[in-house]
Design a protein around this ligand. Sequence first.
Ligand code: SAM
Ligand code: SF4
Length: 362
Amino acid sequence: MPAVPGAAPARPAAGAPGPAAGLLDQFGRTATDMRLSLTDKCNLRCQYCMPENGLEWLKKDKLLTAAEIVRLVGLGVDRLGVRELRLTGGEPLVRADLVDIIAALRANHPELPISLTTNGVGLARKAQALADAGLTRLNVSMDTLHHDAFLQLTRRPFLDQVLAGIDAAAAAGLPPVKVNAVLMRGVNDHHAVELLDWCLERGCELRFIEQMPLDADHGWTREGMITAAEIRALLGRGFALSPDPRARDGAPAERFEVRRPGTGELLGTVGIIASVTEPFCADCRRTRITAEGKVMSCLFSRTEVDLLALLRAGASPADDDAVTARWQDAMWAKPKAHGMGHPGLGDADFVQPDRSMSAIGG
Ligand code: SAM
Ligand code: SF4
C-alpha cells in the first residue's frame, strides 16, 4: 500500500484562480475527480445503503438547481483543476432535468469526461437521450443476475429493467457499461463468477466494491463484509486472475486480468475496490458535492462545508471567488485517511458518518 505523503505543501492563496491552486489538501493530494450528487432520492432500497422504508427526502428548494450545478462544475473545471466528472446520487435517473443538465455541461465543457452512476431502473427509456446529450460513460450497479437475490438485496423486483437498460446503453452507442457490484455474504457472494462471466461476454468491465459502513441501518460489520481477498478467492474458482500491468493511476479499483484457466486465454479485466481492507487514501483524487451543495472531502467525512448559501448569495465574480475559496478550504482540511484498515490506525478510530451512501453520492 502506498504511504500517505507526509510533507505539508505550501497553501496556495484562497480562491486563487487556475489549476495550479486547485483543490489541494494539506497532505499533498490534489482532487481532480469531481463526484456530484444530483439527488438523495432513490427507487431501490439496497440493504447496504438505504433503510427499508426509505429516508426523508430533501425538499426541492434545498437541492442544487440545474443552473447551480452548471455553475459549480464550471468553477471546478475552469478555476480549480477538475478534470473528470461523475454524476451520481441517490438515483440520478429520477431527476427529471438530468438530460438537460448533461447537455448544458457538455456545451460548456466539450472535452470533459462526464460519467453517470445509476442503478439502471428506467435506463432503457433514457439511454439514447443521455448519449445524445453528450454523456461519456455509464456505470450501472447490478449485484446479481438472479431475481430472488436481486429482490433480497434491493427490496424491489426490477432486475429485468436493469438488464434492459444495459442493452439500451449499448444500442445507444455508449461505450460498454461498467458494472458495479457489492457482494453480501450468503446473498450473492456465490454469484460472483457467474456475474463476471456475463460481463466478460458483453465486454462490460465489472468492478466489485467492498461493502463499506455507509448503510443507513448501521448493519455493517467487519466480520460480515466480504473482503477483497475473499473476492479474489471467489473469482479464482472460475478464472485465473493476475494483476493488470497497466498503471493504476489513482483509480479506486485495482484491476486484474482475467484468463481462462488451462488455456490462459485473456478474457478481459475485473476491478476490485477495496476501500475498507486495502484503502487507497494516499492516492485519492476525489472531491464530492452532495445534492444540497455541501463539500465532502471524503466519503467517510463527518465534516460538511456548505456551498449552496454562497451560490445563492449572488453570481458576481466576487461571489464566485467566495465559492471557490470555501471549496478549497474544505478540501485543504481533507483527512489523511479514513481510519479503517490503515497500518497503525485501527477501526477504533473510525466513526460511521451520519449520512448513508445514498445521501452522500457514491
Ligand atoms: N443509485 C445509483 C447506483 O446505485 O448506482 C448511484 C448511487 S450509489 C450510492 C453508487 C454506488 O455506491 C453503487 O454502485 C452502490 O452499489 C454503491 N454503494 C452503496 N452503498 C454502498 C456500501 N455501503 N458499500 C459499498 N458500496 C456501496
Ligand atoms: Fe439507491 Fe444506489 Fe443506494 Fe441502491 S445503492 S439504494 S440504487 S442509491
